[in-house]
Design a binder for this molecule. Structure first.
Ligand code: GRF
Length: 204
């Protein structure tokens, strides 16, 4: 797809592998997602997703909020960087740090997150990566699956925009469940973002 001025500009925030980042980039290329990923922000220098960004020729930035004189200074800097790049939407994809409130305010209803369980269950502090899947298995849930939601000031709290149920099998391990959920994350995220960009959610 030929990018032009009207193509929404997307920033993706990561901390790790960045498989969702890759899925979003691929969706922009196939036309499933009418946007361009133009900026990748990582909380960790060693995140593999930074290599994915480099391979795609996408600008990246390692954002370490603790390196700033205050949390407010960190928040203001990241908002300025996003504004300088005319970012329209932000997708959190495995980003493990807290989002500065300045950023939530500047991009209200335009920041989304993907979570690896069916919120509102199995969300909040400590519920990330394999911890989530372990909790789902320990509770003998019959279903799990990804959730995409708007981001507000509280972890995993914003309005749910999309979910996809997958079965939990009796012999599942966190690894096998993670694989099944991740496969659906990669499809769901682009679909929900596309609906958001097209104004298909009634947001106030
Ligand atoms: C995904 O499971 C996502 O739901 C969660 O963090 C993981 C990120 O994986 N928020 P990746 O870095 O996109 O591969």
């Amino acid at each position: 797809m030929e990018a032009n001025k009207t193509t929404p500009r997307l920033a993706v925030f990561i901390s790790g592998s960045g498989s969702n980042l890759q899925a979003l980039i691929d969706a922009t290329k196939s036309g499933i997602l009418s946007a361009e990923v133009v900026y990748v922000v990582s909380s960790l220098r060693k995140a593999y997703g930074l290599l994915r960004a480099a391979n795609e020729g996408i600008e990246s930035f390692v954002f370490k909020s603790k390196k700033y004189p205050s949390p407010e200074a960190a928040g203001e800097d990241i908002v300025q960087r996003l504004r300088e790049r005319d970012i329209d939407y932000i997708a959190l994809a495995g980003y493990l740090s807290l989002i500065p409130p300045e950023m939530v305010k500047a991009y209200r209803n335009r920041i989304v997150n993907i979570h690896n369980a069916l919120l509102p269950k199995y969300g909040g502090k400590g519920m990330y990566g394999h911890h989530t899947h372990q909790a789902v298995l320990a509770a003998n849930e019959k279903e799990s699956g990804p959730t995409v939601h708007l981001v507000d000031e509280i972890y995993d709290n914003g309005r749910i925009l999309g979910q996809k149920q997958v079965p939990v099998h009796p012999d599942d391990t966190p690894d096998s469940l993670s694989e099944r959920v991740l496969e659906q994350e990669h499809k769901l995220y682009a679909r929900v973002l596309q609906k958001l960009i097209k104004g298909e959610y009634d947001l106030d």
